[in-house]
Ligand binder design. Structure first.
Ligand code: TXA
Ligand code: MG
Length: 328
């Protein structure tokens, strides 16, 4: 934790001050239902530029614009393709990000020069109150340094980015724990660009077949879907449960889905003893942050069942592991 860390205010009492910071071009970390966001005025190119600098985020990786209410989308963007409008009506506020045409009011730096814009209405009272009071669309990536673990608690923001923001709103641990699902529904069949907290099954139920194309290789459509991302500082290896029986010397950490392994590890986190994937998703990044802090030399992580939210959890674990495969 840096001595220069930004003030951390309780969400309820700090929201008015945070809105003023946003209006004056500053950076505010705030809770959403998925992960903490690093917000700036989406209509102000200089404010948006500060996000890229604070995160050390490459300029080719576009930001998500956050709105307070579903109706604000038509006000900002104008007419919408039918399926985009239907998904917004059905799932907002909630952990779904939709791709729309970038309106002229939003400067190109926000979308990394793309003519499309990612947008969502978060399902969190503090986030919505903040955006409403600021009276602005708020550009906000996850409030972590580029490529690192996403923050699900204010403490994670303080540790990772505390000296690079103007104010942190503490709303406690986030409910979903994994980022929003990103969908491009402008064409004939919606395309999932990033698996996330809204399960694919829920999308299919609402609008019929979708294709899932997280850009894991080649040209990433959503650069947050780069193969290597969401990584702890500690090397991470992915295994199928149950854990392999090779003896451990106690210097590794273990991330279990339901049950702690029998042999000794230096540190163990269990995501969901009851097998509930919603709870597992909510705990995922927090558990990885904790294992990372123990100083173990490797984190061994179990794959979870690959359905519903399990797909998004496995996606994050795969990307965390990929970071370390490239560095040996
Ligand atoms: O749950 C979330 O979505 C969180 C909270 C704070 O809202 N935000 C978040 O932002 O995860 P970030 O910056 O970590 O991830 C945004 C993703 C990136 O993968 C980015 O490439 C993609 O959204 N994205 C943004 N604009 C896009 C666009 N026009 N087309 C395709 N992908 C886009
Ligand atoms: Mg992120």
């Amino acid at each position: 934790m840096s001595a220069k860390s930004a003030p951390v205010l309780p969400a309820a009492s700090g929201v008015a001050e945070a809105a003023a910071v946003l209006r004056s071009g500053g950076l505010v970390a705030f809770p959403t239902e998925t992960v903490y966001g690093l917000g700036a005025n989406a209509l102000d190119a200089r404010a948006a530029a500060r996000i890229f600098k604070a995160k050390a985020r490459p300029s080719f990786d576009p930001l998500i614009t956050h709105l307070a209410d579903v109706e604000d989308l038509a006000t900002l963007v104008g007419a919408l393709p039918a399926t985009v409008a239907a998904l917004a009506e059905r799932f907002w506020p909630g952990p779904l990000t939709l791709i729309v045409d970038r309106p002229p009011a939003v400067p190109p730096i926000v979308t990394s020069g793309l003519e499309t814009m990612a947008v969502r209405v978060p399902d969190h009272p503090v986030a919505r109150e903040l955006i409403r009071r600021a009276g602005l669309p708020v550009a906000a990536p996850s409030a972590n340094r580029f490529g690192m673990l996403s923050p699900t608690r204010a403490e994670h923001v303080v540790a990772g980015l505390g000296d690079a923001v103007d104010l942190i709103l503490d709303g406690g641990p986030t409910r979903c724990g994994i980022e929003s699902t990103i969908v491009d529904a402008r064409g004939d069949q919606p395309v999932v660009l990033r698996l996330g907290s809204l399960p694919v099954e829920a999308l299919v139920e609402a609008v019929g077949p979708v294709s899932v194309r997280p850009g894991s290789s080649g040209q990433p459509v959503a650069p947050g879907t780069l193969a290597a991302h969401y990584a702890p500082r500690t090397p991470l290896r992915l295994v199928d449960a149950p854990a392999p029986t090779r003896p451990d010397d106690g210097t590794r950490g273990y991330l279990a889905f339901r049950e702690a392994p029998e042999r000794a590890y230096g540190a163990v986190e269990v995501l969901a003893p009851d097998g509930d994937l919603t709870g597992a998703a909510a705990r995922l990044f927090d558990a990885l942050h904790r294992l990372d802090a123990t100083g173990v030399r490797e984190i061994v992580a179990e794959r979870v069942p690959d359905a519903g939210l399990g797909r998004a959890i496995n996606d994050r674990l795969r990307r965390a592991a990929a970071t370390w495969q490239t560095s040996g």
